[in-house]
Design a protein around this ligand. Sequence first.
Ligand SMILES: NC(=O)c1ccc[n+]([C@@H]2O[C@H](COP(=O)([O-])OP(=O)(O)OC[C@H]3O[C@@H](n4cnc5c(N)ncnc54)[C@H](OP(=O)(O)O)[C@@H]3O)[C@@H](O)[C@H]2O)c1
Length: 247
Amino acid sequence: MLKHKNAIVTGAGSGIGFAILSKFAENGANVWAFVHKQTSELEEQLNQIAQKNDVWIRPVEFDLMDEGTVKKSVKQVLSESGKVDILVNCAGIVNAKTLGMTSLDEMRQSMNANFFMPSLIMQLVSRKMMRQKSGNMINVISRAAPEYRPGAYAYGSSKMALLWGTKAAGRELAPYGIRVNGIAPGLTETKLGTGRQSEEDIERYVSANNIKRPAQPDEIADTVLYLASDMSSYVSGQIINCDGGRY
Ligand SMILES: NC(=O)c1ccc[n+]([C@@H]2O[C@H](COP(=O)([O-])OP(=O)(O)OC[C@H]3O[C@@H](n4cnc5c(N)ncnc54)[C@H](OP(=O)(O)O)[C@@H]3O)[C@@H](O)[C@H]2O)c1
C-alpha cells in the first residue's frame, strides 16, 4: 500500500508510534524512525523489521523538549536525497492534573511537546512537500481532548491546539497537493495509556464505549495506514475518532 514511500514517524520507539512504523514497513514504506533514545535493543528490532520487509529504517534521535534537536534532526532528514511522502507526528507527553494543580511550566511542557514541536516539524517538512507538490501528514491527537475531562488540563488543551492546527494546516497546504489529517485515539494499551491507569479507571473508561475494551496500538496504526495511503485520497482536514465508539 505504501511501496516506495518515505515516511517520518515520531515517537517510533514505543506504543502507537512503533505500531505505525511496523505497519508502514509491512506495507513497503521506508521510515525515518524519530526516537527519544536510541538503544541497541531498539536498533536490533528496527533492523529485523527492515530486513523482513525489504525496506530501510533509519533511527533519528530527537527531544521534543529541545527545539534545537528537533530542527537539527528534521533538517538532517530533509537534506537527504529523495522525497518525504508521509509525516506522522505521534510522539507526545501526558499531564494528568487539574487546572489548579498544573504549574505554568507544566503547561509550557505540554504545549511544547504536543503542539509547538509537532507544528515546527510540519512547518519544516511542508517546505519540502510543497516543492514536491505532494505529501501526507497525520497528527496523533486524542479522543480525550474534546471531552474536557477534569484532570487533564495541560494535555487536553495542547491536543486541542494540535487539532485546530491539523485542520488549519489541512486547508493551507491543500493547494500544494498535501493532505493533513488527524487521528483521535481512545484509551490504548501503551505505557502512556492503560499503563498509567488502575484497573478500576480502565473499567470505568471502557464502560463508555461500544467496544468494551481499550484499543491495541495496532488498531490505531491501521487507521493511520489508511490515512497515509491513497485509500484516503479524498480525505483532508479531518480528525478520525478511533475510540471504540466512545459516548
Ligand atoms: N495510549 C493512549 O491511550 C492514547 C490515547 C490518545 C492519544 N494518545 C497519543 O498517542 C501518542 C503516542 O502515545 P502512546 O500511547 O503510544 O504512548 P508511548 O508509548 O508512551 O509513546 C509516546 C512516545 O513519545 C515519546 N516521547 C515522549 N517524550 C519525548 C521527548 N521529550 N522527546 C522525544 N520523544 C518523546 C516517547 O519516547 P520515550 O518513551 O522514549 O520518552 C514515546 O515513544 C501520544 O501523542 C499520545 O498523546 C495515546
